[in-house]
Design a protein around this ligand. Structure first.
Ligand SMILES: O=C(O)c1cccc(C(=O)CC[C@H]2O[C@@H](n3cnc4c(=O)[nH]cnc43)[C@H](O)[C@@H]2O)c1
Length: 246
């Protein structure tokens, strides 16, 4: 699970009661957790079970992609490839659909500013003949997680520049009518996951409205608490998830 900054990583870690330790790798440090279901009772032999790694991967799509790719490569080389990557943290919510304090789970992770501006408007890189601008998390898993967390499902945009004006907000909404939230890492994390053939999720806790920048109005504590609570509900589903499901 990859957040941008350590305080977000610690909010996710707050949902897990088992022991954890640091794993230092070239370019990245993981916080490795054993979920509660895998922690043996005192005196019992260690149980086999899933391992969850948390990572403060950095702000922005490029650093997040580089950090997650380092972790994925290390796992693959150790013969312990990951089954799933989760991009998570706080994010901006498009109003009124994603209020502050709510959770948004991406059914599409879309790079909103990867392309070219033209006098006739924005062209995504796909229309220039390159790459992709969207990653799609596993549908059945998204449905199940929405049911247990109460998160709203929709598009989460990845931007390199945080939206800070009403004009930019309106332009994003016009181009992405299904967008519920924006953040700065999801698409980069999705690119790293796709390069390794690993599915990706993005879960955001809304700390602020997308719109004219008003940093004083951000409710970071509320969003981090929502993240901890959301992961408490999501963890058992992820632990029992079969990666071969659609
Ligand atoms: O100042 C703090 O205490 C603090 C604590 C936790 C996180 C932060 C961040 O600034 C995290 C940056 C991270 O948040 C995402 N984010 C949040 N709101 C938006 C938005 O409106 N548009 C785009 N991204 C947003 C983003 O993923 C950043 O990486 C500060």
């Amino acid at each position: 699970m990859a957040t941008a900054v350590p305080v977000e990583r610690d909010a996710v870690a707050g949902a897990f009661t088992g022991p954890h330790h640091e794993v230092r790798l070239p370019g990245v440090t993981l916080h490795r957790l054993r979920p509660a279901s895998a922690v043996p009772p005192p005196g019992a032999a260690p149980a086999a079970g899933p391992t969850l790694d948390l990572l403060a991967a950095g702000v922005g799509p490029a650093l997040a992609a580089a950090s997650v790719a380092a972790a994925l490569t290390a796992g693959a080389l150790e013969g312990a490839p990951y089954d799933l990557v989760v991009s998570t943290g706080i994010g901006g919510g498009f109003q009124p659909d994603a209020p502050v304090g709510s959770l948004v789970l991406a059914d599409e992770i879309t790079a909103a500013d990867l392309g070219a501006e033209t006098p006739d408007g924005f062209l995504p890189v796909t229309e220039l003949g390159f790459g992709t601008v969207t990653h799609r998390p596993p549908e059945a898993l998204v449905r199940e997680l929405v049911a247990v967390t109460g998160a709203r499902a929709g598009t989460v945009l990845t931007v390199s520049t945080m939206t800070g004006t009403a004009e930019r907000t309106a332009a994003l909404r016009a181009r992405h009518p299904r967008a519920l939230a924006e953040a700065m890492e999801g698409f980069g994390v999705g690119e790293a996951a796709a390069a390794h053939g690993v599915p990706v999720l993005e879960l955001r806790a809304v700390s602020n409205a997308v719109g004219p920048r008003d940093r004083a109005a951000w409710r970071i504590g509320e969003a981090l608490a929502a993240l901890t609570e959301g992961f408490g509900k999501l963890a058992p589903v992820l632990e029992s998830w079969n990666p071969h499901e659609p």
